[in-house]
Design a protein around this ligand. Structure first.
Ligand SMILES: [Ca+2]
Length: 495
């Protein structure tokens, strides 16, 4: 090797400095592109309205989730992943790696000019695809513009289309041919309204949207098995309406187009079936070891759905900053890299995904903005990494509203204690409904220390003085309903 190098230097000597440098750089580039290992593919799946308690492998006891349990036993299960309490806030946070305090402006809107993980992975040379639900292109009611998936780095797409995504003639066609009740404009499940690579794709009452979205992912894997790719799959399941799946038994056509909470568990189970289909496809195409699959969800289970975790009753907490609204499942599968059956207790929040993906893709993070997340790639590889000591949730679903439906809150949570910006401190596992804040008067040294630490975390956040005056110091109407339901169920259980 040394001899080759000396010969090379002798060969380069008579040339100008510029030509020498040019040759050296081309050689380095050649070695890098040929010697470098293939960067892993990434498939990120995020279900809709699906709390931690829904999975048997997380200790849930209401539903059978065999596919999820198998995937967890072959991969890594995260016990402390936290989302925003509701859809768009989570979607903005997971895609941009930033706290909502920095870039969330309105429901249904991803602010123009944002850099998403789609942009980051595409810039790194990945083939990209998105499938499922978007909800970020603007809200007609408030006239705020958002971004479309094409602007966010996604080359291929197969999306559930809200009415305003469709051209008037396509919407007319959909309404004329759909099995939905009048007034319901589009469907995400049976007889789904779909835009595939920008074109309206007609479906029938026998087509189940989640099958179409996942078939699209399977085709994308097949077509790109020799490339480096990133699939973002924000799933339509398990949001309302609660409908039977193709695996459900004895259901009528009416059941397909109405909603009954009894189907929630079957939708959960079907979500696992879809993930397993994708993993099987990776095996079949021989790229399972080159592909990281991550499953998580955007927020807690829909309100009114009641589930059990042993003797703990959990009512769906979507849209509330309590545990039932923000504690979400997270499972990673990566054959040959993740030690099967690992449990990771590190705190994870949605902002951590973008830096993790960027590190895997060896791509650059945007340098002109603060990224709040930190990569959990080391943990996936079984290393200690740089786990966070608190998750921060900044929640203001409707910053542009004078009469918000939900309280505006911010908290830091260390996995045991939670401190709100307004000073309330909660020990989560002892007070899931957050009705008995800890009083400092009787607080132990340990609690005082935790509080000081969480206060420090909050102090590092952008300044904010939320206006909650419309609530008059009381819980919001919806939160009161949630508390009442939980209380009546608890009583029923005890009597
Ligand atoms: Ca949601």
């Amino acid at each position: 090797m040394q001899l080759v190098f000396i010969k090379l230097l002798k060969f380069l000597q008579p040339m100008t400095r510029f030509v020498r440098l040019l040759l050296l750089f081309s050689l380095l580039g050649y070695l890098q592109s040929n010697g470098a290992e293939r960067r892993p593919n990434i498939i990120l799946m995020m279900a809709d309205d699906f709390g931690y308690e829904a999975l048997a492998c997380n200790g849930g006891t209401s539903y059978e989730t065999p596919a999820f349990d198998r995937i967890a036993s072959q991969g890594m299960r995260f016990t402390r992943a936290y989302s925003q309490p509701v859809c768009t806030p989570s979607r903005v946070k997971i895609m941009t790696g930033q706290s909502n305090a920095r870039n969330y402006i309105s429901f249904g809107v991803l602010r123009e000019g944002e850099v998403t993980f789609g942009n980051v992975m595409k810039a790194a040379g990945y083939k990209t695809s998105i499938t499922g639900k978007w909800q970020l292109s603007g809200n007609n009611s408030k006239g705020k513009k958002g971004m479309w998936w094409q602007d966010c780095g996604f080359d291929q797409s197969c999306m559930w289309a809200y009415a305003h995504y469709l051209q008037p003639k396509d919407l007319e066609h959909f309404i004329a041919n759909s099995s939905l009740k009048k007034g319901k404009t589009t469907s995400r499940f049976w007889n789904a309204s779909i835009l595939e690579n920008g074109k309206y794709r007609p479906t029938t009452k026998d087509d189940f949207g989640p099958d179409i979205y996942s078939d699209f992912v399977l085709d994308f894997i097949e077509e790109n098995k020799d490339e480096e790719f990133f699939v973002y799959y924000p799933m339509a399941l398990t949001h309302a309406p609660f409908v039977p799946t193709p695996h459900s038994k004895d259901f009528s056509i009416k059941d397909k187009f109405s909603s009954d909470k009894k189907y929630f568990g079957e939708m959960v189970r079907y979500t696992g079936y879809i993930i397993e289909r994708i993993i099987n496809k990776l095996e079949e195409t021989g790229i399972a070891e080159d592909t990281l699959v991550i499953f998580t969800t955007d927020n807690g289970t829909g309100r009114g759905v009641v589930s059990w975790m042993g003797d703990r009753l959990v009512t769906g907490g979507k849209a509330f900053p309590v545990d039932a609204g923000t504690h979400v499942p997270m499972i990673a599968y990566w054959k040959g890299t993740i030690e099967p059956g690992t449990i990771c207790n590190d705190l994870i929040e949605h902002s951590d995904f973008l830096p993790t993906l960027a590190e895997i893709g060896q791509s650059k993070l945007p340098s002109d903005r603060v990224i709040d997340g930190r990569s959990f790639l080391p943990q996936l590889k079984g290393e200690r990494g740089n786990p966070r000591d608190a998750v921060v949730v900044h929640y203001d679903k409707d910053p542009d509203s004078d009469k918000p439906k939900f309280r505006r809150v911010r908290f830091a949570f260390d996995g045991t204690y939670k401190l709100y910006l307004d000073g309330r401190m909660i020990e989560v596992a002892k007070d899931y409904l957050e009705q008995s804040p800890i009083t400092l008067e009787h607080a132990s040294k340990k609690i005082r220390k935790a509080r000081a630490h969480l206060q420090e975390v909050l102090d590092k956040q952008p300044e904010w003085e939320p206006d909650n005056s419309t609530f008059g110091g009381k819980p919001s109407k919806d939160f009161q309903k949630f508390l009442d339901l939980q209380e009546s169920l608890d009583k029923g259980e005890k009597s």
